[in-house]
Design a protein around this ligand. Structure first.
Ligand code: CP
Length: 317
């Protein structure tokens, strides 16, 4: 791995390495995240062309815990507003000796585009592109599931909501498939499900009670209004009545099922506060583990590059 753009094409050992390295960064005794020097001397630039609370902040904390130098480019006050192209912006940032770019962008494929145009030594991480992919989110979700439930291959997982427009869900399904989850269910109105569900290897439900029956893990996702044609947009009240997770519906899952949500949550739209704040919710733990998982991914990329450089040097000698 040199870049981290998508989970598509990755093998089980790649994901397990990330989860194991992330675990090594968590101090189980205190519940805190360790400070290490894996990225000492490296400069990481966070380029967020779309809004973020969790991803941007946990990346920044993760970078600092790895002892990197961190730059958050404020896109709103950058020269992109004066007509500078993405590529010119990129090459100017490269000239400031960046070692890694973390990119969130509203266009699907934006991180891949950056990766194709950066100098070969620079790493690019996808922090969410359009409705395509959000691989670091899916990995922190897998970490949280493994932490609470152990091996993922034994689990039934239900993902509920606006599946069609969610980059998080695409990455979650890829991760769960690679880790061989026993059963992946998606639940939502037909208008918010992708056309190619057969190719995804998932079981499809449009009824919450049936879809939640006996599952170990429930993942709620919000209506992605910003990526939706207005004709598709259900009323929030109607959506909550049919697909909102409340305590009565939660009771259909296994008694020890965990409730997850990548955030931001919309209370009273896809999830009731009694569930979001209830004893089965691990929503805020997901946020914390995002630090360790993002540390692991960045640390592995830099370690891989060092090993490759050492191997090439040895070959040349
Ligand atoms: N889960 C997630 O991507 O949240 P943010 O948009 O706040 O980063």
């Amino acid at each position: 791995l040199h870049h981290f753009l998508t989970l598509e094409g990755l093998k089980q050992h790649h994901l397990l390495e990330i989860l194991d390295v992330a675990k090594s960064f968590v101090d189980e005794a205190t519940g805190t995240i360790k400070k290490v020097d894996d990225l000492h001397g490296k400069t990481i630039m966070n380029l967020f062309f779309e809004a973020s609370t969790r991803t941007l902040t946990t990346f920044e904390i993760a970078e600092k815990r790895l002892s990197a130098d961190v730059v958050n480019l404020n896109i709103e006050t950058s020269s992109t507003k004066k007509g500078e192209t993405l590529l010119d912006t990129l090459w100017n940032l490269e000239a400031m000796l960046a070692d890694m770019f973390v990119i969130r962008h509203g266009e699907s494929g934006a991180a891949h585009f950056f990766a194709q145009h950066v100098a070969p030594h620079i790493h690019v991480l996808n922090a969410g592109d359009g409705r395509h992919s959000h691989p670091t989110q899916a990995m922190l979700d897998m970490y949280t599931i493994r932490k609470h439930k152990g091996d993922i291959f034994d689990l039934k997982v239900a993902i509920i909501g606006d599946i069609l427009h969610s980059r998080v869900v695409r990455s979650q399904i890829q991760a769960l498939s690679i880790l061989e989850a026993r059963e992946i269910r998606i639940i939502g109105p037909k208008t918010l499900l992708p056309a190619d569900t057969a190719a995804l290897g998932v079981h499809v439900y449009d009824n919450m009670e049936e879809g939640l029956d006996g599952v170990d893990v429930i993942i709620m996702v919000r209506l992605q209004n910003e990526r939706m044609q207005s004709a598709l947009l259900p009323s929030e009240k109607e959506f909550f009545n049919l697909y909102g997770l409340n305590e009565a519906r939660l009771a259909y899952a296994k008694p020890d099922a965990i409730v997850m949500h990548p955030g931001p949550i919309n209370r009273g739209v896809e999830i009731d506060s009694a569930v979001a704040d209830g004893p089965q919710s691990v929503i805020l733990e997901q946020v914390t583990y995002g630090i360790a998982v993002r540390m692991a991914i960045m640390s592995i990329l830099v370690k891989n590059a060092k090993e490759l450089a050492a191997a090439q040097q040895a070959q040349n000698e």
